[in-house]
Design a protein around this ligand. Structure first.
Ligand code: 9PG
Length: 681
């Protein structure tokens, strides 16, 4: 049972005014293609009010089902030939009626408000944005498609022009979840909208803010991804849950994180998430020290040191580098001469559950399946293989599979069965899953990206034993709920703190850095134990081969332990000194305590890197993630006992917390990258 209590509710209490009037103050447009998936996009308006809207010039009918906080839509094509659906756009009309999402109502114009922008998949950045920022994506199209939604308009792709001129400020897309907050007025306003998990379309939100902080545009977009739609067919649109509140629920400033937390908790009640583990598992992963340079001997050496260290672990996971080619998951390369069943047995005999990495929906041209089974490879309209990514480590372009083709489905199921039942792996890290949602000429052209991904994951889930731990990675968020046990919720970590020349040149907000990985770990806390167990990516404590400072390493350990998700070590265990091993041990101890709860970010929309995280197991972390000393102010959740705060000690040093405790916050001075974890009881 979660100990997280709702702080206030939308109904009752008299303080809350519903501000969004669905469906009356909205306009609706359907975008589709008539003759083929390549013909021009047409737009039709769905007119009318009340429970039904009908298209003006074509033959669509849309029914509304709505309760206080949920919107359900059903689309039907009345007659005519098949069409290819692109998207449905629902636009809130700020000017219609009284104050529908008119955020600047009564607020001074210069007061900006804040946006909670949620990313499309595991690696996509999730954080605060404000009206003066631009929605900056990587310059290169393929990089955008790698870790953002390829269907979301990509601004500023021209490589030689400074992006700031191209990317308009204040114009954002948020994927699956969006939050808006305007706090600086007499009547603070909060709005949150969230996609349901069982939907057939990805939902995204387009939000346009003017420089002075007013809301200019708010659009909900259901993405049909070009799917074919038959006459008389019906389709349910992904349900939308929303929450809005204006006025002060109590004298104290409520953190937006609490609104998000409460709503994701309610939403997850209508799903069947796989949250079975009492305490989130701990393990070792080969990637962040060895990358693809692994071999049997290195794996056995690490096993031995881990065993001798006596740090209790659940999983030992072999990452990328064992397979004979990307796409050929049934054969190993010659660096694993004794084969994978042997390695799995060695891992089990050391007392750990064996884990294995694979990227089941992509293939490289040098793989057997690419050469011999062309029907398994997804093609575009001009019959060229569809690129999933460019990975220099693998040798370059890597392509998508047609996951709807029966031959591909048989192969994927056979791979999943072989790895688990025949080879003996109990955890599969399924990577680059976003590829199943790419566009192309699919064998089944009635599927959307969200449906293809969900069906492909269902196939794997059904093929493996019930206890198998499936860890999603590079995976769009919503379709995976209920199918994976764990999910990476941030970009790859790294042994650098922040961006380098390359990330700057690419203007890449998802570039793998420790800073970015920790931001997502904090900002996506609400998903943990609601949708699955969050995986913040690996903890690295080495003091050589790293440019991280001891303070940054401790900050990493503080955030990862408090986050309570899957905790994976990823160092060469044979090279860690005593102090580093001791840090692993202590982090694991803290995690044991925090690993049963959903943590709460503190000041989620106060900074891009929120300054604190509260774990209901009685631990409250605060940090300064900057290179200069900082006076840190952290908002407190209602349920934290103020007396306990005054007496708390720092987990790392055992010293009394040097903070000043106020009614609604704590304040303290912290050095560069300094972090503390207060133990409250
Ligand atoms: C294995 C890795 C690790 C890691 C995953 C994922 O664009 N790229 O070339 C690219 C390479 C690696 C990557 C993401 C993108 O990381 O997140 O934990 O398993 O694959 O290859």
């Amino acid at each position: 049972m979660s100990r997280t209590k709702p702080l206030y509710r939308n109904r009752g209490g008299g303080q809350t005014i519903p501000r969004v009037a669905f469906p009356d103050q909205t306009s609706l447009s359907l975008f589709f293609r008539e003759r083929s998936a390549q013909s021009p996009v047409e737009e039709t308006t769905l007119a009318g009010t009340g429970p039904e809207r009908v298209s003006e010039n074509h033959r669509f009918r849309l029914r509304w089902g709505r309760s206080a906080h949920e919107l359900r839509l059903m689309l039907r094509q009345q007659s005519g030939p098949p069409v290819f659906l692109e998207r449905l756009e629902l636009r809130l009309l700020p000017e219609a009626g009284s104050g529908v999402l008119s955020l600047a109502d009564g607020a001074p114009l210069e007061v900006g408000f804040r946006l909670f922008q949620h990313g499309y998949h595991s690696w996509s950045s999730t954080m605060l944005r404000n009206a003066r920022e631009a929605d900056v994506f990587a310059r290169l199209r393929w990089k955008h498609n790698l870790d953002e939604n390829p269907e979301t308009p990509h601004q500023g792709w021209l490589p030689f022009l400074p992006g700031a001129f191209l990317a308009r400020r204040g114009r954002f897309h948020s994927e699956g979840i969006v939050g808006l907050e305007q706090e600086e007025s007499a009547e603070p306003f909060r709005f949150l909208a969230c996609s349901g998990a069982d939907g057939q379309q990805f939902v995204r939100f387009r939000v346009v803010l003017s420089r002075d902080g007013r809301l200019r545009e708010f659009v909900v977009i259901w993405d049909f991804n070009g799917r074919r739609f038959q006459p008389h067919a019906r389709t349910a649109l992904t349900p939308l849950r929303w929450y809005s509140q204006q006025g002060r629920p109590s004298a104290r400033r409520v953190d937006f994180a609490e609104v998000l937390d409460e709503n994701v908790r309610v939403l997850s009640g209508s799903m069947q998430p796989r949250v079975n583990a009492d305490v989130s598992p701990v393990g070792w992963c080969s990637w962040y020290y060895y990358y693809a340079n692994i071999d049997e001997n290195k794996m056995l050496m690490n096993l031995r040191v881990l065993r001798e260290s006596r740090i209790p672990l659940d999983f030992f996971q072999v990452d990328d580098g064992w397979q004979s080619a990307i796409g050929d998951w049934l054969s190993v390369n010659d660096r694993f001469p004794s084969g994978m069943p042997f390695l799995a047995r060695q891992i089990r005999e050391s007392g750990y559950r064996p884990g294995l990495w694979l990227a089941p929906f992509v293939a490289r041209p040098d793989s057997r399946i690419f050469r011999e089974e062309p029907e398994m490879i997804l093609k575009d309209a001009r019959d060229r293989p569809v690129r999933a990514l460019y990975n220099p480590i693998w040798g370059g372009w890597t392509y998508c599979l047609d996951v709807t083709h029966p031959r591909t489905r048989d192969y994927i199921a056979e791979v999943a069965r072989t790895h688990t039942e025949r080879w003996g792996f109990e955890l599969l890290k399924l990577d680059f899953l976003y590829a199943a949602a790419f566009r192309g000429k699919y064998h089944d052209d009635t599927t959307t990206g969200a449906v293809r991904l969900r069906q492909a994951l269902e196939l794997i889930r059904k093929a493996v034993p019930r206890k198998t731990f499936l860890l999603g990675c590079g995976c769009p968020i919503f379709p995976a709920v209920g199918l994976v046990d764990g999910m990476r919720i941030g970009m790859d970590t790294n042994h650098i703190w922040s961006g380098n020349l390359m990330s700057w040149a690419l203007r890449d907000r998802n570039f793998p850095t420790l800073r970015s990985a920790l931001i997502n770990t904090i900002t996506r806390s609400a998903l943990h134990r609601r949708f699955w167990l969050n995986d913040p990516d690996c903890l690295m404590v080495r003091t050589t081969d790293t440019s991280l400072t001891p303070a940054q390493i401790q900050l990493q350990a503080s955030v990862m332990a408090l986050a309570g998700g899957v905790l994976l070590f990823s160092d060469d265990m044979t090279r860690l000194d005593r102090e580093a091993l001791e840090l692993l041990r202590r982090t694991r101890e803290l995690h044991r305590r925090c690993g049963q709860e959903t943590p709460l970010p503190l000041g989620l929309l106060d900074h891009h890197f929120p300054r604190g995280l509260y774990n209901p197991a009685g631990c409250l972390g605060v940090w300064n993630p900057t290179a200069r000393p900082e006076w840190v102010r952290v908002r407190l959740p209602l349920r934290v006992d103020r007396q306990a705060l005054r007496q708390a000690r720092d987990y790392w040093t055992g010293r009394r917390m040097p903070w000043e405790v106020f009614e609604d916050r704590v304040e303290l001075g912290l050095g560069a990258y300094e972090s503390m974890v207060a133990i409250l009881w």
